[in-house]
Design a protein around this ligand. Structure first.
Ligand code: ADP
Ligand code: MG
Length: 707
């Protein structure tokens, strides 16, 4: 009863709890003077220059607010290219003449920080002698308090102005899209303050028992299991998906929600996923850079809260072979400051024409820059998922659903659309038939699906920062819109030109449209052989395309990256891929030599001893089990030894590769196949060895021990 009351209390308090640790609009409005508030609002909404005096006033209020809430430190919170967030805490204290301290925080400290950042990856962008770089406040993402620290979301740049983080190019890409979308809207007679992209990222993760986790060096060092025989039960019964949530997990989710709500994160949906021990959390969508910050925070807090509940949250894309891995769905749309979703079909024929133009801009963008979208989700971890019949293939295609496809087909061929009252569709004149949302969201195998009023990019890995794919998506769509605007501005007959443009886009880019089963073998054949779509299977295949002429031209042209930044990013992403696999390889060697081989050897000794004792008692005993097991295990130890030596050789050879491209190719062609081969023998040995002798918890224990 008491628990029930507590629960009701908690639930009623959500509105009160929500955003209590965020310096959000409500706080700004109530604490800042009207003039300062309006000026800051203009900076946030319209990107206008931030006045020094405003920064000073905001800093004072932020400090007072943070100190009232028990904060003692502040930090510029940023997202270096490591993919995780970084923070360096400074306390507010300043000595006062009387020997005590006062709490101080200036406008300068708010706007700019100079972290010693020489250890962050820069891909050669920053010589160590000018290692510092600086962080700059992003006023469009609210400051918040975490662990008694006021966290100020910032961008991170080198002194030469090159971006050293994921946020700077993301903000630039949002600006690029804003610029071009406004040009288009103007042609439709609409003056808006801004167009922004919104994102709702659905986040998958695993929870495993902390004690089990700590016994597995592979999980500790690499976030995934590198060995492990299949348990008798996996996900085949589909009994976990949307199943009843276990009490320990419920307790975790409750606390997680509260922590997220306090940080103003709109955590909304939670459920069990397909694999045992797998779950999902989805927030309500928000502006892309805020959604990105919030997703980084969500991942961090998930891990923290899980530990408090005696569990570990695994964000790796493929923690367990043989059961589904974890992804992230990036639900994306474009909206005006007045809240009009540009991917929502409108009420009037004219609005429908506008909707179709924006829709076509996305289709064209995805087709023209398939490789950029693919490489934006490329990591060593995600390579295990894409194309493995659990996630979309590495081939990028767009799902529109039957109705919308039929409409586009009708426009393309100037034939009547069957569903409507059989008139030939002329844009701007005839209404689009109303299509029901339900029919658009059935296909789960498509990497890029239209779901009624947004696109859902489903290829992201669970640990990816959503910044990467949104940078590419925003930039590519900005480029389509730019080309459209260039052609439509000054057109004599706008409607005819518009109709032509849409028809042309459909003709030129229909190869990217695919409503069928993305997991099927036939699709891979058709996509690559008939349609000529790219199929970049691994990070090593995908990443180098970042520097393809067409991609460079677009990204530099849209002012999203500079040439040097692109080079540095390629370097860093490939380095990360190679280092990740290298650590995995070394971990395998370590586990095999120190644990698996000695364990199997121990068991062999037991078997041999038993056999010889049994035989000394009676010469009638056959010892079939002991002998056949010994024979196979002994063969397996020989195989394991020779394969671990092969892997060691491959890892050693990596050190001699001339450059990062060569290294990444060796990782793909040499190291990874050898790891897979080695694993097979160890996993077979696991099935033959007494559990008592086996050095690490089994898959069964890892996947089913949280109740
Ligand atoms: P699903 O059917 O995939 O579970 P939902 O329709 O519930 O999806 O939405 C999934 C995510 O998409 C949520 O985070 C939601 O807030 C987000 N979303 C909904 N509408 C939009 C939009 N217009 N732009 C961006 N994201 C959106
Ligand atoms: Mg979804």
């Amino acid at each position: 009863m008491k628990e029930m009351e507590d629960l009701i209390m908690k639930k009623q308090n959500v509105p009160e709890l929500f955003g209590t640790n965020v310096f959000d609009d409500r706080v700004m409005r109530s604490r800042l003077s009207d003039r300062i508030y309006q000026s800051l609002r203009k900076t946030i909404d319209e990107n206008s220059k931030l006045e020094e005096e405003v920064a000073e006033a905001v800093a004072q209020e932020m400090r007072d607010w943070a100190v009232e809430k028990g904060a003692t430190h502040f930090t510029h919170w940023f997202q270096p290219l490591t993919g995780v967030t970084a923070e360096k805490h400074d306390s507010f204290i300043t000595p006062s003449p009387d020997g005590g301290v006062i709490m101080e925080f200036s406008g300068k400290e708010l706007i700019k920080g100079e972290p010693d950042a020489s250890s962050f990856p820069s891909g050669g962008l920053r010589a160590t002698f000018e290692a510092r770089g600086y962080t700059a406040w992003d006023p469009t993402s609210y400051a918040f308090i975490k662990d008694h620290t006021l966290c100020i979301p910032t961008a991170f740049c080198s002194y030469a102005g090159d971006a050293l983080d994921k946020k700077t190019p993301l903000l630039r890409s949002m600006q690029a899209l804003n610029r071009q979308a406004k040009r288009i809207l103007k042609l439709f007679g609409k003056e808006v303050k801004y167009v922004r992209t919104s994102v709702g990222p659905e986040q998958e993760y695993f929870l495993v028992d902390k004690e089990m986790f700590e016994k597995r060096p592979d999980l500790v060092y690499t976030g995934r299991t590198l060995f492990g025989a299949m348990p008798p039960k996996g996900q085949e019964l589909d009994d976990h998906y949307f199943g009843v949530i276990k009490p320990r997990v419920t307790a975790f989710m409750e606390e997680l929600n509260e922590e997220l709500w306090k940080l103003g994160i709109l955590a909304k949906t939670e459920h069990n996923e397909v694999a045992p021990a797998q779950h999902e959390l989805a927030p309500i969508f928000s502006t892309t850079n805020v959604a990105t910050d919030n997703n980084q925070l969500t991942m961090e807090i998930m891990q923290k809260v899980a530990r408090k509940h005696g569990m570990v949250c695994l964000l790796h894309e493929k923690p367990f072979a043989g059961v589904n891995g974890s992804g992230k769905h990036n639900n994306w749309s474009m909206a005006t400051d007045t809240g009009v979703n540009l991917l929502s079909p409108g009420e009037t024929p004219y609005e429908n024409a506008q909707f179709l133009l924006f829709l076509c801009a996305v289709i064209k963008a995805v087709d023209d820059y398939q490789d950029l979208l693919r490489l934006s989700v490329a990591t060593a971890g995600n390579d295990h998922r894409l194309g493995a019949n659990e996630a979309p293939p590495a081939i990028i295609s767009v799902f529109l659903g039957d109705e919308l496809t039929a409409i586009l087909e009708a426009i393309k061929t100037d034939t009547p659309y069957e569903g409507a009252e059989k008139v030939t569709m002329k844009l701007g004149v005839h209404s689009l038939p109303r299509f029901s949302r339900d029919t658009t969201d059935r296909n789960r195998t498509s990497p890029f699906a239209f779901t009624g009023n947004k696109f859902e990019f489903r290829s992201l890995g669970s640990s990816n920062s959503i910044a990467c794919c949104n940078i590419m998506l925003n930039a590519a769509v900005a480029e389509s819109l730019k080309q459209y605007a260039d052609r439509l501005e000054g057109a004599k007959d706008f409607e005819t030109k518009l109709h032509e443009l849409i028809k042309e886009t459909i003709k030129d880019h229909e190869r990217i449209l695919f409503n069928g089963n993305g997991y099927g073998e036939e699709w891979i054949k058709e996509a690559t052989e008939v349609r000529g779509l790219s199929n970049l299977k691994t990070t090593a295949d995908a990443m180098p395309h970042l520097l393809d002429e067409k991609n460079k031209n677009m990204l530099i042209g849209q002012k999203v990256f500079t040439e040097t930044e692109l080079h540095s990013r390629l370097e860093i992403m490939l380095e990360n891929y190679c280092k990740t696999v290298n650590i995995e390889g070394n971990t395998m060697v370590d586990m095999v030599r120190k644990n698996y081989l000695p364990a199997i050897e121990g068991y062999l000794g037991q078997l041999a001893k038993t056999t010889s004792i049994m035989r000394s008692v009676s010469d009638k005993v056959k010892c079939n089990y002991e002998i056949s097991t010994m024979e196979r295990l002994s063969e397996l130890t020989d195989e394991i030894l020779s394969h671990v030596e092969l892997l060691e050789g491959a890892l050693e050879k990596l050190k001699t590769c001339e450059d990062i491209i060569k290294t990444s190719e060796a990782v793909r062609d040499d190291v990874l196949p050898k790891m897979e081969e080695l694993r097979k023998y160890v996993d077979e040995a696991e099935m033959l060895t007494s559990e008592k002798c086996w050095p690490f918890p089994s898959y069964g224990k890892l996947l089913f021990s949280v109740y």
